[in-house]
Ligand binder design. Structure first.
Ligand SMILES: Nc1nc2c(c(=O)[nH]1)N[C@H]1C(S)=C(S)[C@@H](COP(=O)(O)O)O[C@H]1N2
Ligand SMILES: [Mo]
Length: 405
């Protein structure tokens, strides 16, 4: 059965390729016009989509940093996109989510069935890529991968159903310990192709608090149907975990006694300093995100006047339910003196907080530096540990500025 779904999907991809050869109009016009119309690597101007494209194939884009502190909930047009392969063409009419493995009643659900059978759930949660701020790792040693600035993050309201409701409905068998998610996109990994997949521990999956469920199966983002690039028709959303665990184009859930064997669980998304099996085997997959910080405004190299200047940005608490941002501090003199920032957003579990600070700029200021701490003992270190794939950069964030008299 799984095999058949795969074959359907492969032919759907070919159809899309053929369409692409012809004209930009038609079935694929939506995302073509939204994204490919923009310059591939540059920043879109005021008339365009508000994203900076790192890659077009696969699509990887982040908003200009200055856009992020404008809103607590990031508008969809400013929400980063992180894809490992082509966006799969999916027929919403034949789409089904399969549930297999250690369950009493395996099942397959159309989107309509999911929506009718289970209570609707909503939650606000920040999604962030483990590679957010990757390029800052290069200061120690060059890392490969999409060279993200601090914009691979966004905060959205997600609508769907709780994963715990679906699992309860299917009934867990003894031994159940991990929930696997399989996406429908195929990605080159090593010598072959694999689908993108993720995995979360059962305890996380079964959290069912109203405001902060362990995981949602989501079809809408900020009250709009998911767009193709964000996972239409269905994606996982795992508040507090790195974005890679929120699998898009989700069509299979497996309940298992162990983490998923998928490449993106067993090999990628681990903090290692060497690409060797012994290093990978010793490391657990990354699940929760660590806290993070970024100055979004002023932009790097901006001209600022001596005197008081307002600095804005975001701070992300550690990805556990009770973590809140405790303080954010800014230095304009290389870390000798720190000014406390104001936190602008009321705490919402698993969400960033925007902040702003009025700081003194002198002729000698060349760098703005930000750091933060949360209520669970999390801090942003002055520098993050370097690792081969450039994950989890969360050191103090600094932005060079030039001061005009
Ligand atoms: N199927 C699938 N799911 C995926 C990915 C992917 O490439 N394929 N990328 C993951 C990663 S690494 C991140 S950070 C988030 C990004 O979600 P977004 O593109 O909606 O911002 O999706 C995750 N889910
Ligand atoms: Mo990611």
């Amino acid at each position: 059965m799984y095999q058949t779904a795969r074959q359907d999907f492969v032919s759907a991809r070919i159809d899309r390729r053929q369409l692409l050869k012809g004209t930009a109009a038609g079935a694929v016009g939506f995302w073509l016009s939204t994204y490919l119309g923009q310059s591939a690597f540059g920043q879109a101007d005021s008339s365009g989509a508000d994203l900076i494209f790192h890659q077009r194939d696969p699509l990887n884009a982040e908003p200009p940093l200055g856009a992020l502190p404008r809103d607590f909930i990031t508008p969809n047009k400013n929400f980063y996109i992180r894809n490992h392969g082509d966006i799969p063409a999916i027929d919403p009419k034949s789409f089904q989510l399969k549930v297999e493995g250690l369950v009493e009643t395996p099942g397959a659900f159309s989107l309509d069935e999911l929506q009718k059978r289970f209570p609707k759930a909503e939650c606000i949660a920040t999604m962030t890529c483990a590679g957010n701020r990757r390029r800052e790792h290069n200061a120690f040693q060059q890392v490969s991968g999409v060279q993200w600035d601090a914009g691979a993050i966004g905060n959205a309201k997600w609508t769907g159903i709780k994963l715990s409701d679906l699992l309860q409905h299917c009934g867990l068998k003894e031994g159940a310990a991990h929930i696997w998610f399989d996406g429908m996109d195929l990605v080159k990994a090593g010598a072959g192709m694999t689908n993108f997949g993720g995995s979360i521990p059962l305890e996380k999956a079964m959290q069912n608090d109203e405001a902060s469920p362990g995981a949602l199966l989501s079809w809408a983002m900020n009250d709009a149907e998911l767009s193709a690039e964000h996972g239409r028709p269905l994606r996982g959303v795992v508040p507090g975990y790195i974005g890679a665990r929120s699998v898009k184009w989700l069509n299979r859930i497996v309940v298992s006694d162990r983490p998923s064997p998928n490449h993106y669980v067993q090999s990628a998304y681990k903090v290692v300093t060497k690409d060797e099996d012994i290093f990978k085997a010793e490391q657990n997959p990354i699940y929760r995100f660590p806290m993070n910080i970024a100055i979004c405004d002023p932009a790097p190299q901006a001209k600022v006047s001596a005197g008081m200047t307002t600095v804005r940005g975001y701070a992300l608490p550690t990805g556990v339910p009770d973590a809140k941002i405790r303080e954010v501090e800014i230095s304009t003199n290389g870390g000798r003196r720190w000014t406390k920032a104001r936190l602008l957003d009321e705490h919402t579990p698993f969400c960033w907080t925007r902040w702003e600070a009025d700081v003194p700029i002198t002729e000698r200021t060349s760098l703005l530096i930000a750091r933060a701490a949360d209520t669970t003992g999390g801090v942003t270190p002055d520098r993050a540990n370097w690792n081969l794939h450039g994950y989890l950069y969360n050191g103090w964030h600094s932005v060079p500025v030039s001061v005009s008299g």
